[in-house]
Design a protein. Structure first.
Lengths: 184, 299
């Protein structure tokens, strides 16, 4: 009789340990996915950071009246690659707005519109713009799976014991991604 | 069905298909061997043949399909917005950016192929690039990336190549049979070889409708609906794909020249359809386009 009780206890302990190991591993996997997703955003922000000086140089000669917007973009640009997540997100939103203005205004400058270099930059920036949105979407999806696992019972016990922290969503003023409006 | 259940279901079905291929080819080898008087040799040869064919279709089936469809690799310079769209959606799907190919055809269509998300490609017709708006093209690409992420591509590639091989064998034997009939000498003298070919050809001719049925089963309507929904989840814009499908529906020339019965099921919408909407009923591999549009708009 004592034997049966002993083995039952051992059996239960093994199951518990197994559960802890599996949960720990899936938490690690989810956390790595979030980190990987974050680096995707960073890659795209860096890409935009690199494209902006090109754009400013190309546009500067044509758009004399827009020099204010251009200075603004150049200022915000540095915040894309340094600073906290919320700073990056704010800078990214501000630049999106400023770029929209520049591309809208550019329609009044036929010579600029005809420039191959400008067309290429416009496509690249529009592409990067949507990639930022897509990488943000991918990041937030992954943050949600991680946070769910950390909050839901019974995995929350293990997450708390092993000190897994919930991650912050990459918020944007445009919470849901809207279809890209750029037409060529 | 979750993404992971979907992936394992596709992997399971791929293995089933390979086993089925082995059984069909092995039994043919056995029959042929039996008439020559060496059934074991026939079986062995058939076994080696199918093993080689399975390996070829698994590792280079996508290349075969791309070649058959006259697809050529695209570079970033020619179609920058296509490359940007694929790269962006691949980020959203969390997969490696697939290789990008172009078919020079004015019809709007696209397909994805490969054995897994790390060895995959997306092919788009020039018609789709030139005639679809940015968000419509995005919807189409998102649908294809959903196929890639689900491992639909593995299953669909194996269907295209293995079923294609069986169909080809069947065709070959049937032709030989008809040709042999004209040749009085073979039938007249009653040489066993003519009789064997006749029998095998007969069996394969019987198998052909079964094969067509198999294609239909493998490429269930559900798979297309699911990729539509998954794609909409990726692009966050169901209307894009819905509008693209509408354009395909109203297209006067939806026929893709380089598509054939073996590859038709890979495409986003049946490439063998003529304008009047007449579909070869035996190969209706795609759900009704209006039903797809309706479901997308309901998302």
């Amino acid at each position: 009789m004592a034997n049966i009780i002993l083995w039952t206890i051992i059996g239960i302990l093994v199951l518990i340990i197994l559960y802890i190991v599996l949960t720990f591993n899936s938490l690690i996997m989810l956390r790595n996915r979030v980190e990987n997703a974050w680096s995707q955003i960073d890659v795209q922000l860096k890409r935009r950071y690199d494209l902006i000086p090109n754009l400013v140089n190309t546009v500067k000669g044509y758009m004399k009246h827009e020099s204010g917007t251009l200075t603004e973009i150049t200022k915000m640009r540095s915040k894309l690659v340094s600073g906290s997540m919320s700073e990056k997100s704010k800078a990214s939103d501000a630049i999106s707005q400023a770029l929209k203005t520049i591309f809208a205004v550019s329609e009044d400058y036929p010579k600029l519109q005809a420039s191959e270099n400008f067309k290429m930059l416009q496509e690249e920036l529009a592409g990067t713009e949507s990639k930022i949105a897509f990488s943000r979407q991918f990041y937030n999806d992954n943050v949600m799976s991680l946070n769910n696992k950390i909050q839901q019972f019974p995995s929350n016990i293990i997450a708390n014991l092993l000190k897994f922290n919930e991650k912050e969503f990459f918020k944007s003023e445009e919470t849901e991604r809207k279809p890209v409006k750029v037409e060529f | 069905m979750s993404l992971y259940e979907n992936i394992s279901s596709n992997k399971r079905k791929s293995i089933l298909l390979i086993i089925l291929f082995f059984i069909i080819v092995a039994s043919l080898g056995y029959i042929l061997g039996f008439y020559i008087g060496a059934p074991v040799t026939g079986l062995l040869i058939a076994f080696i043949f199918s093993a080689v064919m399975v390996l070829i279709s698994y590792y280079s089936g996508d290349e075969l399909i791309l070649k058959m469809s006259h697809a050529v690799p695209s570079d970033k310079k020619t179609y920058p917005h296509l490359v940007n769209t694929v790269e962006g959606l691949a980020i959203a799907a969390g997969i490696q950016t697939p290789k990008i190919y172009i078919i020079n055809d004015s019809a709007i269509n696209a397909f994805a192929t490969g054995r897994n998300p790390n060895h995959a490609s997306v092919t788009v017709t020039t018609g789709a690039i030139e005639r679809l708006k940015r968000d419509e093209l995005e919807g189409v690409i998102a649908h294809e990336l959903a196929h890639i992420r689900n491992y639909d591509i593995r299953m669909m590639m194996l269907v295209a190549v293995l079923v294609g091989i069986i169909a080809l064998l069947s065709d070959l034997f049937l032709r030989t049979m008809i040709y042999g009939r004209r040749d009085k000498q073979i039938r007249g003298t009653g040489r066993p070889f003519g009789a064997i070919l006749f029998l095998v050809g007969f069996i394969l001719a019987l198998l052909a409708p079964l094969i067509a049925q198999l294609i239909k089963l493998a490429v269930s309507r559900q798979r297309e609906f699911l990729a539509d929904a998954d794609g909409a989840l990726l692009s966050r814009n169901p209307q894009g794909l819905a509008n693209a499908l509408k354009k395909i529906r109203d297209d006067k020339e939806p026929l893709v020249e380089a598509a054939n019965k073996a590859t038709a099921h890979l495409f986003i919408e049946n490439p063998l359809r003529t304008f009047k909407g007449r579909i070869n009923s035996l190969f209706s591999t795609h759900p009704e386009i209006d039903e797809r549009i309706k479901r997308l708009q309901g998302l």
